[in-house]
Design a protein around this ligand. Structure first.
Ligand code: C2E
Ligand code: CA
Ligand code: CA
Ligand code: CA
Length: 277
């Protein structure tokens, strides 16, 4: 048994070695990904209760010529750890501003909002607010239609600076959403202290909503909080008609998930809505 344990340990170490090497390769590749135009964006549509489209969330994608697609869950933590998320995130924001500016010139899309994920490293960068102000000015994108998605855990690194930056953004008319709501730390504290427009119910609560009464209780509570604090509430990860119906019955008014629309290119998104209407 002892021997087997040792073999298993060696096997485990080899696996770890591989992961460390893989991570090093990924890190090197990520340094050139932006310059090599390997990064692109997808847009996941968001809907109201009548299943009309109200906007989209921007999701970063990476296609490497040899490896193929890397999952955001694999490369975004590396981008954050190396600081590469700052130039990459700026690129995401600039593209998003161009898209918002296009929408604002088209009666069909004028009312859509665009949600962009922001990492702590970006928010805590001293140039973040002025940089974004420049992008909005340069593209003439409407700040009121831009929604920045942050998570609670990100704010912990430097709460004071994060709050200061968020208030400056809010004063510029930019909307702030709390992503993955309910999974982080000190949720209620941040509700009180931050200039929030929206809460996004984490998809872990939506997943088991129909079979787990505590998930239902949590969703109910988040919706009640949203109502009394006058915050929009978006349910994420809606995968089935039954989940959509249950959420609707609980009072949810905004939805995102594979049931309603998968992340897609802008062209696909326009085709989707023009077919529906
Ligand atoms: P997130 O912000 O929670 O984004 C939603 C994730 O859920 C996306 O995964 C989306 O494809 C997935 N999703 C949407 N609907 C469903 C559904 O019905 N079922 C299931 N199972 N999944 C659904 P994705 O694109 O892999 O992104 C993962 C995470 O990577 C994001 O989670 C976000 O935290 C991060 N991320 C993505 N793009 C960016 C970016 O531009 N900047 C930063 N900082 N983070 C990003
Ligand atoms: Ca998000
Ligand atoms: Ca989320
Ligand atoms: Ca997330």
């Amino acid at each position: 048994a002892k021997n087997r344990g040792r073999n298993r340990l060696r096997f485990f170490n080899q696996q770890m070695q591989l992961d460390v090497t893989e991570r090093a390769v990924l890190t090197n590749r990520l340094r050139t990904a932006l310059g090599n135009q390997e990064l692109y964006l997808e847009y996941q549509p968001q809907f109201n209760e009548q299943q009309g489209m109200i906007g989209a969330e921007v999701l970063l994608r990476w296609h490497h010529p040899e490896h193929g697609h890397y999952a955001p869950a694999d490369f975004i933590p590396v981008a954050e750890a190396t600081g590469l998320i700052v130039p990459i995130g700026n690129w995401v924001l600039m593209q998003s501003c161009f898209t918002l500016a296009d929408w604002s010139n088209d009666a069909r899309y004028q009312h859509w909002q665009l949600a962009v994920n922001i990492s702590a490293r970006q928010l805590l960068d001293s140039h973040f607010v002025s940089g974004l102000a420049d992008m909005l000015a340069q593209t003439e994108a409407p700040p009121q239609r831009l929604l920045l998605e942050i998570t609670e855990s990100q704010l912990l690194d430097d709460t004071e600076l994060a709050h200061k930056q968020l208030y400056q953004l809010a004063r510029m008319g930019i909307q702030i959403a709390m992503d993955d709501f309910g999974t982080g730390y000190s949720s209620l504290q941040s509700l009180k202290n931050l200039p929030l427009r929206q809460l996004k119910i984490d998809r872990s609560f939506v997943r088991d909503l129909l079979d787990d009464s505590s998930d239902e209780a949590i969703v109910r509570t988040i919706l009640a909080l949203g109502k009394s604090l006058e915050l929009e509430v978006v349910a994420e990860g809606v995968e089935t008609a039954a989940q959509f119906k249950a959420l609707h019955q609980l009072g949810c008014r905004q939805f995102q998930g594979f049931y309603l629309g998968r992340p897609a290119s802008l062209e696909q998104l326009y085709t989707l809505v023009n077919e529906r209407s």
